[in-house]
Design a protein around this ligand. Structure first.
Ligand SMILES: [Zn+2]
Length: 251
């Protein structure tokens, strides 16, 4: 039973991952998610059903289009693999439950937001606004902390990032990051929002230092902050309470 469900959720996760790739490819360009069906960006050939099998098709095609040999971005494979792992690991962690469903939804959301920000430096309103409504409903009916905690988290997240954005007049971080932090507060509630922001800031700082030291990035080039906030949120969704208890135990 457990093994069968693990395989089913792994395959489902990979299929969802392939849809997340469609979102990542098309939403920033303002294209439809459902039409046209997937095609090669290079030779425009439609991708056949067997080539659409997530994870495995990338491996046996060795990351290239079967017709023209154009490279398929490694990200396509990584997002499919990540989604499959997210489904399997969260199923093992939470079992079949509403909490499992909600957490999977949040991981998928933050994968899409994080990767789009990484590739385009954009936090899209057309993702943030509708999901805010969905998260409000989840807070009200399915969360352990309730809607008040969610709204407090949202307000604090918003203010926490609004101050540096105004102070630096939008250099580095932008208003998209402010909205993202608000959404994160709504997702995690208060006080876990603080944990999510803290992990995001630490991760972002470490990577920035690493890139500067290795001279991969120049000092002037800003690194998008959204992917780190997204990672911080995902970590907080699973370990937030444990991390907070541990930290408060130190005081
Ligand atoms: Zn092609």
């Amino acid at each position: 039973m457990g093994l069968l469900l693990t395989i089913i959720f792994g395959l489902l996760g990979a299929a969802v991952g392939s849809f997340l790739n469609v979102c990542i490819d098309r939403l920033p360009a303002g294209k439809s998610l459902v039409y046209p069906p997937s095609f090669c960006e290079s030779c425009q050939r439609r991708i056949s059903p067997t080539e659409l099998i997530p994870v495995f098709s990338y491996l046996w095609l060795r990351g290239r289009c079967r017709h023209c040999g154009a490279r398929i971005p490694l990200r396509v494979f990584l997002v499919e693999l990540a989604a499959a792992l997210v489904f399997i690991l969260l199923f093992w962690y939470y079992g079949l439950s509403a909490h499992f469903g909600v957490t999977v939804f949040y991981f998928c959301l933050f994968i899409v937001l994080g990767v789009i920000d990484l590739e385009h430096r954009l936090i899209l309103n057309k993702i943030v606004y509708p999901t805010t409504i969905v998260v409000l409903l989840i807070d009200a009916f399915l969360s352990s902390f309730g809607i008040i905690s969610g709204l407090i988290g949202m307000a604090i997240g918003f203010i926490f990032l609004l101050i540096p954005v105004i102070a630096t007049r939008g250099r580095g971080m932008g208003f998209g990051d402010v909205k993202l932090a608000g959404l994160i507060g709504l997702v995690t509630g208060f006080p876990l929002l603080i944990v999510a922001l803290f992990i995001g800031v630490i991760l972002g700082g470490l990577v920035a230092i690493f890139l500067l030291v290795l001279r991969i990035k120049k000092r002037k080039e800003a690194i998008p902050f959204g992917p780190f906030l997204a990672l911080g949120t995902m970590a907080t969704l699973v370990w937030g309470n444990a991390l907070l208890d541990w930290y408060l135990g130190l005081l």
